[in-house]
Each structure stands twice: as structure tokens, then as C-alpha cells.
Design a protein around this ligand. Structure first.
Ligand SMILES: *Cc1c(COP(=O)(O)O)cnc(C)c1O
Length: 461
């Protein structure tokens, strides 16, 4: 068919190896759910039919990446795979210095420890769980400066990930630029529903922060998906490649943290990139303490090779069109059935609006957690809560954060599931929606101190 955009989003690859998955009965799923304390993170993967918990580390690698795994240079120091990874990141993302880490939070940890002083303030376009926690552990307070539209699941603005520049200016005026080590700019914004940041917004943020000497550190986890949305939605970019757009976007920032488990099409890995020489020197020193030597940072040589090759594949326009096309296929099926989801459809996931499913539940009855459990019980589809449980507690007051959004994320792993899997998922979501009046909510019976959503346990109310 070639690259004829009149045609639908079919994948630019075919299947060479398959992995069987287990089919379960409703009794088996009820038992598994109870044992897991109604937390989908605590289910065994074996008991899951279609696993839409996360797109993190769940990617299918290509034959070229697997071939690269055989080329692993497992030297402790100076592995050739590191140099290939470093030059690939420089070429596609454009940053000067690279520090490898075992995954994204390893990079967040290094960055936070190096750049944040106690009492600092870190603005960001909505929080991310591990990112904010590392900022707080280093002594900073996180301040949300995303546009208001991001908090409204029904708002159809095309760039709901944008930073509100007025909020940013107000914050600088209030606390002073010296207290702001950097702005954390996520592209796309996971917690807002996979929503993109426009190029114009990144450019304007660069102008504003440059005036005050404030750095921009990007959360580049899904920056390639962000680049695809710019190509599709922003004036002046329709004829540019995803690859070119990505590099321009990165040029407005000073560095990034990266979870290689998302865009870069691998199962493990990450990096910290930084243009500033002094910060790089410190990061290259500190990585030895927490991750490993600065030429592997917790990754095997073969994993660095797979990630370098994954980066090359991830910026292909045909790949991105099929990747986001599949997510939109699922989202549009739900929209057609009048199921309330976050609009516009995000890049890596479809987000169900749990408040609109269950208006009878208060936020303390965990509507999104309840919905994720109901979906698993119905069909064995595993999703993730992104609401009050994920938001955690305010470290100062000890009270729950009450996020405006109470969402369930149906996250699509890259190159893993078929269109028929998306059909079954949509059928199950629609059935759970039809039965929505029966839901009674959950009670939390065990709450861990950090990132509670991973291990909290619940009972049916
Ligand atoms: C996954 C993710 C991270 C953390 O990366 P890990 O590889 O899971 O440690 C940070 N930011 C965003 C937006 C993410 O989605």
C-alpha cells in the first residue's frame, strides 16, 4: 500500500513469534482479584488476558533489536554498545552529554539530588508519581503549572499538555527565580491523559525561562509521541518528519530524564541527558554510587544496544502512525458507544473517566480503583488506576491529594496486541459501563508509605 495516508493505520510490520496467553473463567478472576486486594498491580500476569496495565517495558522488540542483543559487549567499562547508544541519543535527541541509568526513575533520582536544594520549588506540567517523589525527597515542593484545560476530561483542546505561562510567571514573581532550579516539562503528559505540548508552547517557555536563567528539564519518556501530535495538529509541521520535530522540541530544553521502557521500544533502560558541563560531571560521578559505572548505568551491554536500535525505529513516521492509530482506534470505539473518556484521545492510552462512570461514589471510595477491578473481573483486561490512590498524600499535612481527574488508564503496549484485542477490550468496557449503577466502591485496608498505588490493598464496600 505504500505510505498512502488515505488508508487506515495498519502496522508497518508482521508477526514472527507469538506468546500464548491464558484464558480464565469469571470465578478464577474473582478469586485472583480478592487475593490481589482489588489492586491490579498485585495480580499475577499469568491471570491476565489482555494486559493494558502499562506501556512501560511491555514493548515488543523487532528482529533487528533482537539481533542487536547478540551484539552485546558485556565489558564492565567502555562497552561499545554504550558509545552507540550515546551517539544515537545525540543524533536523534540532540543533547550533548548522556548518563545511562537502569530506568527513568534512576535518572530522576540523579537529577533531583544534583539540582535541587532543600526549600526549592519545581514547577511542572502536572506531576508524575516517581518524578515528584524524587523532587520531594531532595527537599523541593512541586507546583503544577499546566493549563487549566488539562484538568477537564471533556475539554477538546489539542495541546492540553501545555504549560500555562501566566502561572509560570506568577510563580517566578512569588518565589523568585533563585528558588527554581528547573522546570520539569513532560511531553506528552501521562497524568493528563497522554496529552501533548505544542512546539509554540515549548518555544515560549524557553523564552520566558531564559530571561530568568531557569533551566528546562524535559521528561522525554514519550517525546516521540509528542512530536507525532505536533506533526498532526500544529500549523507548519505537517510536512516535517517526526524525527525532525523531536529534535527541534529538544532544542528548547537543557536536558532530559528518560524512561527507555516507553518510546524507545525496549523492556528496560533509561538515561539522563544534559547539555551543561558541570551538572554532567556531577551526574557522571553520582551514577557510580547508585546505578553502575558511567558506561552502563545498570544496563547490560545488550540492553543498551537494543535501546539504541529502538530509538532509531521509534522515530519512523510509519511506526508512530500505527502506534497512535491503534490507541485512537480503541478510543473511538468507546466514544461511539458514549463511554466517557478523556478527550482528545491520548498518545499511549485511553483514559476512562471514572467519576462519570460512578457519580454515586465519593472520591474516598476510590472510583477509579473500583472501575479497574470491575474491568478485570469482567474480562481479564488489566488496567491501572490514575486517581486519588496514585496521587498519594501531601507530605506536609498527611492528607490525601484530591486530584481533579479520577481516571482508569487502558495503556497500549507498543507492537504487542492486535485489532481484535482492542475490540474485546472495548466490548468489556462497554459492558462494565452498562452495569455502572451496581458499583459500591472500595475501602483501603493497607497503605504503604511511598507510591502507595503499587502495593495498597482494598476491600469491597
Ligand atoms: C514511566 C515514567 C517515568 C519513570 O520511568 P521508569 O522507567 O518507570 O522508572 C517518568 N515519567 C513518566 C511520564 C513516565 O511515564
Amino acid at each position: 500500500m505504500g505510505r498512502d495516508s488515505k488508508r487506515s493505520w495498519a502496522e508497518p510490520w508482521k508477526v514472527k513469534v507469538v506468546e500464548p496467553i491464558k484464558m480464565t473463567t469469571i470465578e478464577e478472576r474473582r478469586r485472583a482479584l480478592k487475593e490481589a486486594g482489588y489492586n491490579t498491580f498485585l495480580l499475577r500476569s499469568e491471570d491476565v488476558y489482555i494486559d493494558l496495565l502499562t506501556d512501560s517495558g511491555t514493548n515488543a522488540m523487532s528482529d533487528w533489536q533482537w539481533a542487536g542483543m547478540m551484539m552485546g559487549d558485556e565489558a564492565y567499562a567502555g562497552s561499545r554498545n554504550f558509545y552507540n547508544l550515546e551517539s544515537t541519543i545525540r543524533e536523534y535527541y540532540g543533547f550533548r552529554h548522556i548518563v545511562p541509568t537502569h530506568q527513568g526513575r534512576g535518572a530522576e533520582h540523579l537529577l533531583s539530588q544534583i539540582m535541587i536544594k532543600p526549600g526549592d520549588v519545581v514547577p511542572g506540567n502536572m506531576y508524575f508519581t516517581t518524578t515528584r517523589l524524587h523532587q520531594e525527597l531532595a527537599g523541593a515542593t512541586f507546583v503544577d503549572v499546566i493549563v487549566d484545560e488539562a484538568h477537564n476530561p471533556a475539554d477538546e483542546s489539542l495541546f492540553k499538555g501545555n504549560v500555562d505561562l501566566n502561572k509560570m510567571e506568577d510563580l517566578i514573581a512569588k518565589v523568585g527565580a533563585k528558588k527554581i532550579p528547573y522546570v520539569c516539562l513532560a511531553a506528552t503528559v501521562n497524568m493528563a491523559g497522554g496529552q501533548p505540548v505544542s512546539m509554540a508552547n515549548a518555544r515560549a517557555l524557553r523564552d520566558l525561562t531564559a530571561k530568568h536563567g531557569i533551566k528546562i528539564m524535559m521528561d522525554a519518556t514519550r517525546a516521540v509521541e509528542n512530536a507525532y501530535f505536533i506533526q498532526q495538529r500544529e500549523a507548519g509541521y505537517a510536512n516535517k518528519s517526526v524525527r525532525e520535530i523531536l529534535k527541534e522540541f529538544c532544542s528548547y530544553t537543557d536536558g532530559c530524564t528518560m524512561s527507555g521502557k516507553k518510546d524507545p521500544l525496549v523492556n528496560i533502560g533509561g538515561w539522563l541527558a544534559i547539555n551543561d558541563e558541570t551538572i554532567f560531571e556531577e551526574a557522571r560521578n553520582l551514577v557510580v554510587v547508585y546505578e553502575g559505572l558511567h558506561t552502563y548505568g545498570g544496563m547490560a551491554g545488550r540492553d543498551m544496544e537494543a535501546m539504541a536500535r529502538g530509538i532509531v525505529e521509534s522515530v519512523q513516521d510509519d511506526h508512530m502512525r500505527a502506534r497512535v492509530g491503534q490507541v485512537e482506534y480503541l478510543g473511538n470505539k468507546l466514544i461511539d458507544a458514549d463511554v466517557p473518556i478523556v478527550r482528545p484521545i491520548g498518545g499511549h492510552a485511553v483514559y476512562l473517566d471514572a467519576r462519570a462512570f460512578y457519580p454515586q461514589l465519593t472520591q474516598d471510595q476510590f472510583p477509579a480503583q473500583t472501575l479497574a477491578a470491575a474491568l478485570y473481573e469482567d474480562s481479564g483486561v488489566r488496567a491501572m488506576e490514575r486517581g486519588i490512590v496514585s496521587a498519594g498524600r501531601d507530605p506536609k499535612t498527611g492528607k490525601h491529594h484530591y486530584p481533579k481527574l479520577e481516571l482508569v488508564r487502558l495503556t497500549i503496549p507498543r507492537r504487542v496486541y492486535t485489532q481484535a484485542h482492542m475490540d474485546v477490550t472495548a466490548e468489556s468496557v462497554i459492558e462494565v459501563y452498562e452495569n455502572r449503577k451496581k458499583a459500591t466502591g472500595l475501602k483501603m485496608i493497607y497503605e504503604p508509605k511511598y507510591l502507595r498505588f503499587f502495593q495498597a490493598r482494598f476491600e469491597v464496600l
